[in-house]
Design a protein around this ligand. Structure first.
Ligand SMILES: [Zn+2]
Length: 246
């Protein structure tokens, strides 16, 4: 099994290629084992896996050290965690000094937002929805589910082209995971007192910029514009079913 190679490829796809709002960061090697439960990894394993991602990122990234800004994003993070179904992870939110436009999370509860994305947000509602989206990935255990599926695929196809299968599985699941994290994320934001329209507002206003930064290099290629438009449309439909005083 070449798990280290597979997960390294996935990790690079998600982080270096800057797929907007990707949250399924995995980085593992041969010692990782499935537990036979329906999530693939125990919480302890998810935390250890996420810490490997954090270690890797800490070697290659510079983080914003502005104490006030870090307090603000972590206060928002904790307010969202408080209304989520998974409060047990050691959540923390960091800002990466990069002009790329992205947000993602490692499976130990570490949420990363790039400075480029942060500068495009207009208010706390938008920021809360983006953070809500990342917390939703963690609460829905997407990294663990994706890990389980890839391991199953490769255990059945020993001679499969690793990179192709990993990329195909990622493409199939990315849409499903993103859609789940979008609705769950704005639901959390709404329950924490923020306007859930923050996410579709942000995506709609910055669509051209997002596509220019991520569309051509991301997994959706030239269809990225339509993908983001579809996300906005589905979010508006979902938000119309929510009740709140935002
Ligand atoms: Zn996502």
């Amino acid at each position: 099994m070449e798990w280290k190679r597979i997960f390294f490829a996935i990790f690079i796809l998600l982080v270096a290629d800057a797929i907007f709002f990707s949250g399924v960061c995995c980085f593992a090697n041969d010692e990782w084992q499935l537990n036979g439960d329906n999530t693939g990894l125990s919480e302890e394993e998810e935390i250890e896996l996420g810490r490997k991602v954090d270690e890797y990122l800490s070697r290659g990234c510079h983080f914003d050290t502005d104490a006030e800004l870090n307090k603000k994003i972590n206060d928002i993070t904790q307010s969202i965690v408080a209304v989520s179904e998974r409060k047990t992870l050691p959540y923390i939110c960091s800002i990466i000094q990069s002009y790329s436009i992205n947000a993602f999370s490692s499976s130990c509860g570490h949420i990363y937002i790039t400075k480029g994305l942060l500068q495009l947000t207009k208010n706390e509602n938008e920021l809360a929805c983006i953070i809500g989206h990342e917390i939703a990935h963690l609460s829905l255990r997407h990294a663990s589910k994706f890990y389980r599926e890839l391991k199953n695929v490769f255990s059945q196809q020993n001679n499969a082209n690793w990179d192709e299968v990993a990329a195909l599985s990622l493409e199939n699941h990315l849409r499903e995971f993103e859609a789940e994290a979008d609705t769950k994320g704005v639901f959390y934001a709404c329950n924490a007192g923020y306007d859930p329209n923050g996410l579709p507002d942000f995506l709609e206003r910055n669509l051209d910029i997002i596509v220019a930064h991520n569309g051509l290099s991301g997994i959706f290629g030239m269809g990225y514009y339509a993908e983001v438009e579809m996300r906005v449309c589905k979010l508006r439909e979902f938000i119309a079913t929510l009740k709140g005083d935002w």
